[in-house]
Design a protein around this ligand. Sequence first.
Ligand code: SF4
Length: 387
Amino acid sequence: MPGTTLFPRNPTRAVRIGRTTIGGGHPIAVQSMCATKTWDVEATVRQIQDLERAGADVVRIAVDSPKDAAALPAIRARTRANLAVDLQENYRLAAQVAPHVDKIRYNPGHLHHHQKARPVRDKVAFLAEAAERRGCAIRVGVNCGSIDPEKAGRFGGDSVAGMVESALEHSALLDGLGFTRYCVSLKDSDPIKVIDANRRFAAARPDVPLHLGVTEAGLPPEGILKTRIAFEQLVSRGIGDTLRVSLTVPNHRKGEEIAAGRQILDDIARGRFRSVPENLGKSLNIISCPSCSRVENEAFVDLAEKVREVTAYARDHAITIAVMGCRVNGPGETDDADLGLWCAPTHVNLKRKSETIGTFGYDEVLSRLKSELDRLIASRQQAQGAA
Ligand code: SF4
C-alpha cells in the first residue's frame, strides 16, 4: 500500500496537519507546492484542486507579501485541502496567515533578513504563538542555499553540519517554548548530503517527524532519480514522515510530483530498489528549482529544458549547472555550481561560481552559457594534461 513500508519507522511523535497526521506510525504523506502567484486566487485554487486530484496529502503555497496573505481567506473558503504556507523571508506575516492554513513553514536562515536586532528566539516565539493560537503545525525548513550565516561560518565548508546544527537549535527553541507540533526538513540539491543530514538529525532527535526532499532536483526524469536515491536510503532506515519530490515542470504538470512520490514509496514498500548510478557525481549535473509564486518569468521551465538540451554534449563532464527562478534564492543557490543562471523579469543572470559574468536576454543567454561551458571544459582538460 503506498505510504507504508516494509521497514520499521522511527518512533516520531504524531503531528496533525489539518485532516492528515504525519509521524507516530502514520503513512508517509506526499506533498507538492503551487507555483502560481498566490494573490491570484483563481489560478491558485485551480492548482490546489489539481494537486488534490493527483493525491496530494498537503499542498503548500508561498506567501511573502501582504498581498499574498490577503488572498488566503478566499483560497481557504474554496478548498478543504490541507494547506501549508511557506513564509519565505517574511516571518511577520505568520499571525495574518495562521487563521487560514494548517501548517506554517519557516526557514531559520531567513529569520535574519528582517528586524535584524530582534533575537531569533523572540521571532521563533512569535511564530509558535501564531501557530498555537490557530492550531497550525510548523515546519522548520532548513535549506542548503540559505543556512543561518552564523552556523555556516562555524562549520566552514561542512554545510551538512551547519544544516543539522540549525535544525537542532530550532527544535530545541520550539521545545523550550512548549510547542511540539512541528516537523523538520533538511534539504540540499545533492542527494548524498540529504541522506547524511537527515541521518545525523534523526540520530539526535528520533522523536521529531521529518519532511524529506532533495531541493532543486530538477527536470524529470533526472530529478526523480536524484530524489529516489535519497528517499530509498532514508525511508528504508525508518526515516521520513512526509515528503516532496521537487520537479521543474510547468504548472499543469505539477501532479507529477505526487505521482513520483507515490511511485518511489510503493517501490520501497515492495523492496524494489534502484541501484545508485555508477556515474553519480562524475557526469553533468543540472540542478533547477521547482519554481513557485516567486518565479520571475514564465519562461523559466522552458529555459531549464533548453539548458539541458544545449549542454547535453558535456554529459561526461563532472560539471554542475544551476538554473534558478528568482532573485531571492537565485544568487545564493547558484554560488556552489560551476555555472549558474538565475532569472530576472527581462533577463537572465549568468555566473561562474559566485562571480557574475553578466546579464543576458532570454534569447541570448544559451549561446553565452555554451561558450562558458566550452571554456570550462578546455581549462580542465589543460589542467589534466599539465598534471
Ligand atoms: S528559486 Fe525562487 S522561484 Fe525557484 S523555488 Fe526558490 S523561491 Fe521559488
